[in-house]
Design a protein around this ligand. Structure first.
Ligand SMILES: [Zn+2]
Length: 394
């Protein structure tokens, strides 16, 4: 595997996916992450492939026609009254997912990137692809939800399923349950949806329990691993390794599509998990190993959530690309090695935007020695182990 076998996909139009100035979903994280990869020598600007924007026909392989029409109308500077009245029914008027000018084009650029990534890999033009702007996993066929308007992951999977008749394993490591993708393929035995997340007892979207295993033909092609709040690295990694391995071994996919929301980090403001950068270094390696063993290496990686946009997202998403390209930085930054600094010019370049140098990390991994251990650590680990046993028992 050489770098040429991994493709980095990014459309500038996806940077316009922004609800408003104070919304936690901030596309500047795409620029700061890409810049970190460039400054550490892992990516060249001319390597970045600009995808075609998805057309409505493609989007409507998952989304309902009336929903897409309304999204388009609400994208206008001054939406017609009829469309504005429908915003609520289509999930586009609440604080999480309010409609904004240009949202159809911005989201269609994101869908286009994920479809392009999947097509590039399945057609054999590359073995692996990364589309950092993708991973809008909460969108439903008939409504927006949880910062997501169109479900790029579901559309990309649908394309591959129809065109190649392939079996696809979707692996969602975002701290929130990958509900939108799960429900689209819930009765489908050719798409396995796997999601590891903070339990829906405490976190949006309130689903993703162990008993959600698919329906009709899809029974058994869905796995959920809901973890306790304040879960730390060791328990997260153990839970992930054991369950995702069992799922891949049982399902035997032709393609892996992974979603890399990085909001299970202790610094993320929207969840209660207590993981460090260590899980974001190791988790892509676990997925890469599964791809090598089960899909002849075919792996499409997408972005996702992540709301500490300076201290967490750039490093976490860089680690995905570093794993895709077998970059030596991954081995150099092993937890047992001496801490490896981030490029100083990256810190300097972004410190103003981040509100001061203190906001930016200095090393690739977090120095968790300075963190207060969770007082209920062993109880949390035991509960997670029981959850994994129930998952595997099924
Ligand atoms: Zn999330």
């Amino acid at each position: 595997m050489t770098t040429a076998n991994a493709v980095f996909i990014h459309h500038p139009g996806s940077e316009l996916y922004k609800f408003h100035e104070h919304h936690p979903f901030n596309p500047i994280r795409l620029q700061s992450s890409i810049d970190l990869l460039i400054r550490c020598g892992a990516l060249n600007k001319d390597q970045i492939v600009v995808p075609t924007i998805a057309d409505e026909q493609t989007i409507m392989t998952v989304h309902r026609e009336d929903y897409v029409r309304t999204v388009r109308q609400l994208s206008e500077a001054k939406p017609v009254a009829d469309a504005a009245a429908l915003a609520d029914a289509f999930g586009l008027s609440d604080d999480d997912t309010p409609y904004f000018q240009g949202m159809h084009d911005a989201t269609a650029a994101i869908v286009g990137g994920s479809v392009y990534a999947a097509e590039t890999v399945m057609s054999g033009q590359a073995t692996r692809a990364f589309h950092m702007a993708g991973g809008l996993h909460h969108a439903f066929p008939h409504r927006g939800a949880g910062f997501c308007i169109y479900n790029d992951a579901a559309v990309a999977i649908r394309r591959i399923q129809r065109k190649y008749g392939a079996r696809i394993m979707y692996i969602d490591t975002d701290v929130h349950h990958g509900d939108g993708v799960q429900w689209v393929f819930y009765d489908d035995d050719s798409v396995f949806t796997y999601s590891i997340h903070e339990t829906g007892k405490f976190l949006f979207p309130g689903t993703g329990f162990v008993h959600e295993r698919g329906v009709d033909a899809g029974v058994g092609a869905c796995m959920n691993v809901p973890l306790e709040p304040y879960t730390e690295d060791d328990s997260w990694l153990h839970s992930f390794r054991t369950t995702v391995e069992a799922a891949a071994r049982m399902f035997k996919p032709d393609l892996i599509v992974s979603q890399h929301g990085c909001d299970a980090h202790a610094l993320d403001p929207l969840s209660h998990m207590h993981c460090s950068m260590r899980i974001y270094r190791e988790m892509p390696l676990i997925i890469r190993d599964l791809a090598d063993r089960y899909t002849e290496g075919r792996w499409v990686a997408l972005g996702g959530g992540g709301y500490d946009i300076w201290r967490v997202v750039p490093r976490a998403w860089s680690y995905v690309w570093l794993a895709l390209t077998n970059n030596p930085i991954v081995a150099q930054t092993a937890p047992e090695a001496a801490p490896v600094p981030l490029p100083a010019d990256w810190t300097a370049a972004w410190s103003n935007a981040a509100g001061g140098v203190d906001e930016l990390p200095v090393h690739w991994l977090d120095s968790t020695d300075e963190w207060t251990p969770m007082p209920r650590r062993s109880a949390i680990r035991e509960t997670n182990e029981q959850t994994c046993s129930r998952v595997l028992h099924q």
